[in-house]
Design a protein around this ligand. Structure first.
Ligand SMILES: Cc1ncc(COP(=O)(O)O)c(C=O)c1O
Length: 413
């Protein structure tokens, strides 16, 4: 039997993207060289490398320069970054912290460990990010902080949120883990809130090895306090340990090996985000011109997004099949994508586990049961995401567009 040239891969035709798209090649000989140097120096001197030494200080300095000034503490994961941030504020027991429904579980669980109540806010319409309207409906006289997560490389409406929270003296924490270097009005995200954190585990836009994170603030006293909490409660004077442990803390120090990798990675970041921005904008422009089945959602004015992925929304009234069949056809064509971006931390068992319930009870609050906000639910019905990697060539991106068009044409009403 002859197979039609343009037959969909899902029906046995040839996929548009025949060869797997390239991996990131995030690490190169530069990372190898610095890691070798650290080990060789240690062999030569007989002194094992530790933490809070030369490379961590250098990495923090470079990160601060990237952010345009401020203060930083490099730690060993995004989850522990948030743990240290939350622990550094002396909120009263049972205080409420507003969090988005769509985030990583590590962007929420530290709140519970410290005995505070996570209050779930919906994402705003046509966006993956929490919005001001949704935050407003969740504010009570117990609200002490709001965590705004910039999902997938897209900046949230942080200027409006900041101005609203500032008037009410509510702390704004930015989770920039998926959006290193995104900007609004030429100002980097992470500089709007009181304090911010950036996970730097290896799938993020720049990394400190397998795991890691940076906490950033323009406020020195906030970072000083975070540094104490993230190093077992130590008290420092002029950067030197005084011998006293005054706070309840954990050990979330970044080790020198990871910091050394970070020193190389941060120098690559600008190039990486320029490329992911180019790829994301290119795909979005093509989508805008495509017939009807796909269109992108809301983008905040004057933003430069860095596209960890591109959101695509399907107008289901214009196709003949279900969203899931449509996505299966796209995947079969070789598009690097996920049919859903369903990262709701509250749908998992931990949230209703005995431990979580007992922490809540002992701190005098009930868990928020609003685990299915409307905008989030409607988004799951229509949206999918195309993953962006800086290593994609222009030819690769054109193949992605070609595959989208092929599937769209087949299933258009
Ligand atoms: C938005 C967001 N917040 C927090 C985290 C937690 O960071 P980590 O995995 O470094 O603990 C992640 C995931 O990696 C994330 O994507």
């Amino acid at each position: 039997m002859m197979i039609k040239k343009n037959k969909l891969a899902i029906y046995g035709g040839s996929p548009t993207i025949k060869k797997k798209l390239p991996n990131r090649f995030l690490y190169t000989n530069s990372e190898k060289k610095i890691v070798n140097k650290l080990i060789n120096d240690s062999i030569k001197s007989g002194i094992p490398f530790r933490y809070s030494e030369y490379y961590e200080r250098l990495y923090e300095k470079k990160f601060i320069k990237f952010m345009g000034g401020g203060y930083a503490d490099a730690v060993n994961s995004g989850t522990n970054a948030l743990f240290s941030i939350i622990g550094s504020f002396d909120f009263s027991e049972g205080s409420e912290i507003i969090v988005p429904i769509l985030t990583d579980v590590g962007g929420v669980t530290p709140i519970v460990f410290w005995g505070y109540k996570p209050v779930i806010a919906d994402i705003s319409k046509c966006s993956f990010n929490i919005g001001l309207d949704e935050i407003k409906t969740k504010i009570t006289n117990k609200t002490k902080a709001v965590i705004v997560c910039h999902i997938g490389g897209e900046a949230a409406d942080i200027i409006a949120i900041k101005s609203y929270l500032k008037k009410r003296k509510i702390i704004l924490i930015e989770d920039c883990s998926q959006s290193h270097g995104a900007k609004i009005k030429n100002q980097k995200i992470g500089t709007f809130g009181d304090i911010a954190f950036f996970s730097t585990m290896s799938s993020k836009l720049h990394s400190t090895g397998g795991q890691g994170a940076v906490i950033f603030s323009k406020n020195k006293s906030l970072i000083d306090r975070v540094k104490s909490v993230s190093d077992r409660g130590k008290i420092f004077s002029k950067e030197k340990f005084t011998g006293n442990y005054n706070f309840l803390g954990i050990n979330s120090n970044l080790d020198e090996l990871s910091a050394a990798i970070g020193c190389i990675q941060i120098d690559k970041l600008k190039k990486i985000i320029d490329r992911t921005n180019y790829i994301g904008e290119y795909i979005k422009k093509k989508l805008d011109k495509m017939s009807v089945t796909m269109n992108v959602g809301k983008q905040i004015k004057d933003t430069k997004n860095v596209y960890w992925f591109v959101r695509v929304s399907i107008d289901l009234s214009k196709i003949r099949i279900s969203k899931s069949s449509f996505c299966k056809a796209l995947i079969a064509e070789g598009i690097p994508m996920a049919s859903e971006y369903d990262y709701n931390p509250f749908k998992y068992k931990w949230y209703k586990s005995k431990k979580t319930l007992s922490i809540a009870k002992s701190h005098g609050f009930d868990l928020d049961r609003n685990t299915t906000p409307n905008n989030y639910l409607s988004l799951l019905k229509t949206d999918f995401v195309i993953f962006v990697r800086e290593s994609f060539s222009n030819k690769d991106i054109d193949l992605i567009i070609k595959a989208l068009i092929k599937v769209e044409q087949e299933f258009k009403k």
